[in-house]
Design a protein around this ligand. Structure first.
Ligand code: XUL
Length: 516
């Protein structure tokens, strides 16, 4: 009997959907399935999810993937990924105390926590990162202050994918990339920052053991097997936070390449051979899913989200004007394409949900600047798309200022992924704004689940090295900069960059007025 093909399963617990993906030893994607779900927004700026929603999403997407392949298909390992920073609080029987507070939830006691840590310098000394509002640590402190009865029951804190690991294997464990996003982790030494955690009056025992990302952290348990229809005993590797694992999924295994993602958020990232000192107030220096590497990124809160906002607007207000009645993504991109590079002198600041990088500012707000009577919704659509790319480039500039260029950006080639980059216009804009070739690669269009499958493959030596793993990420599309458009958009970017400092006081007053 010929031995069955070896495969690995990636499971991604995203913010709006769960995706499962099966990858074989030849780097072929055999099956994928996505199940969408909602997030709860009980008040403006609050976002939460019941972990049960993730469990159902994961069970259904795994079942749908298994149904697409022959029954004898051998799953050799599972890799988990998911939205980072979310806080899943568990009691002494591992029951979920309250819905998980998510990465984009603005509830956070990060300012008070920074003070308690002895100020920014001392916090940075312990973790090499500022405590940004999205991070898990600030959410634990929020629970302490605002929900003391829940806080009193707290015995374990897990990130979303690690809660799924608990249901799948019975093990409490995390790995270095997600742990980096708690704000309680010593990113240089790749261990929990125990002294800091104690100083913050938190219990280090709340946090699970932390491993390197490709380490096997447990096996599918009997109850996990029954829940998911997966063989008991299947190894489950650490995996990685979605925004980190996506870099590997785009084929980036070392310095010299830049990576962007346009999902709900927008991300600009690169790999680092050393954990350089993060002296910025908004960038994230985290552990990479590869053991001897680190990861630098900045997260713009309004990537694809800005398009969804525009879609809502067009659907509700502009249905009767020129343009289609069904404003789907492609229709909006076509509408934007009918304007011109530079949006005929219009600039959009995309800070609809506040911003994280390069401005760590939950009170930042969006703006169209330069509107004239001649502009129409086509220019506005294009300005929204350009504004998102300007925000990604703004992060890149901040990364260079932070000392990245010598280590990571010698010969920038930009690899891009996420739902947004299925629009050629959004890829071309990146080529014109960044001034380099922009590539999409096989597998990365499937999002973080693909990267998680690669980490699983590394964990069981299905692929012997990271280089062997990413040889399957061959180039799918390539956009090259157009010199005239590049010059025009660079000038537009200069204007964009000058606007946030100029408008900040007004944007804050407006945000505060609508909050009270
Ligand atoms: C990363 C971050 C987001 C979420 C999205 O720091 O906050 O990218 O991980 O899922």
């Amino acid at each position: 009997m010929s031995s069955a093909l070896q495969t690995v399963l990636g499971i991604d617990i995203g913010t709006s959907a769960c995706k499962a993906l099966l990858l074989d030893e030849h780097g072929r994607i055999l099956a994928t399935h996505t199940v969408s779900y909602e997030l709860e927004q009980p008040r403006p700026g609050w976002t939460q999810q019941d972990p049960q929603v993730w469990l159902e999403g994961a069970r259904h997407s795994v079942a749908a993937v298994l149904a697409q392949v022959p029954a004898e298909t051998r799953i050799s390992a599972i890799g988990l990924t998911g939205q980072m920073h979310g806080m899943v609080p568990l009691d002494d029987s591992d029951q979920v105390i309250r819905p998980a507070m998510l990465w984009n939830d603005q509830r956070s006691e990060c300012v008070a926590l920074t003070e308690q840590a002895g100020g920014e310098t001392s916090l940075r000394h312990a973790t090499n990162n500022p405590m940004l509002p999205g991070y898990t640590g600030g959410k634990i402190a929020w629970l302490r202050k605002h929900e003391p009865a829940h806080y009193a029951r707290l015995k374990t804190v897990l990130n979303p994918k690690d809660w799924l690991r608990l249901t799948l294997t019975g093990e409490k464990a995390t790995e270095v990339s997600d742990a980096s996003g708690t704000g309680l982790f010593d990113v240089r030494a790749r261990v929990w920052a125990t002294a800091l955690i104690e100083r913050l009056d938190m219990d280090p025992r709340w946090l699970p053991p932390c491993y390197e990302s490709s380490h096997i952290s447990g096996q599918v348990s009997r109850s996990g097997a029954a829940l998911f229809g997966l063989p008991e005993g299947t190894p489950v590797v650490g995996g990685g936070g979605d925004s980190v694992v996506q870099t590997l999924g785009c084929g980036v295994t070392g310095a010299g390449q830049v990576q962007t993602t346009i999902g709900t958020a927008g991300i600009t990232a690169c790999a680092l051979p050393q954990p350089i000192d993060n002296l910025t107030g908004s960038l994230q220096v985290f552990c990479n899913v590869l053991p001897d590497q680190w990861h630098m990124m900045g997260v713009a809160m309004n990537g694809g989200y800005a398009m969804r906002w525009l879609q809502r607007l067009l659907r509700s207000n502009l249905r009767d004007n020129h343009g289609p009645t069904q404003w789907d993504f492609e229709a909006i991109v076509a509408h934007a394409n009918a304007s011109a590079p530079g949006s005929r002198g219009l600039v959009f600041l995309p800070y609809l949900n506040g911003e994280r990088a390069p401005h760590a500012d939950p009170l930042a707000r969006a703006a169209f600047v330069g509107l004239s009577a001649l502009h129409d919704s086509r220019d506005m659509a294009r300005a929204v798309m350009e504004g998102v790319i300007f925000s990604l480039y703004d992060i890149y500039v901040a990364m260079q200022t932070a000392g990245m260029q010598t280590q990571a950006m010698q010969s920038p080639v930009l690899k891009t992924c996420g739902g947004g980059v299925r629009a050629p216009l959004w890829r071309q804009m990146q080529a014109d704004v960044f001034g380099c070739d922009v590539l999409t690669t096989a597998g990365s269009e499937q999002g973080a689940a693909f990267g998680a499958a690669l980490v699983a493959a590394l964990g069981i030596d299905m692929f012997a090295t990271p280089e062997a793993a990413v040889q399957h990420c061959h180039v799918l599309t390539r956009e090259t900069p157009d010199p005239d458009t590049q010059a025009l958009l660079r000038t537009q970017f200069e204007i964009y960059q000058s606007l946030y400092p100029a408008l900040r006081p007004a944007l804050h007053r407006l945000a505060q007025n609508t909050e009270s």
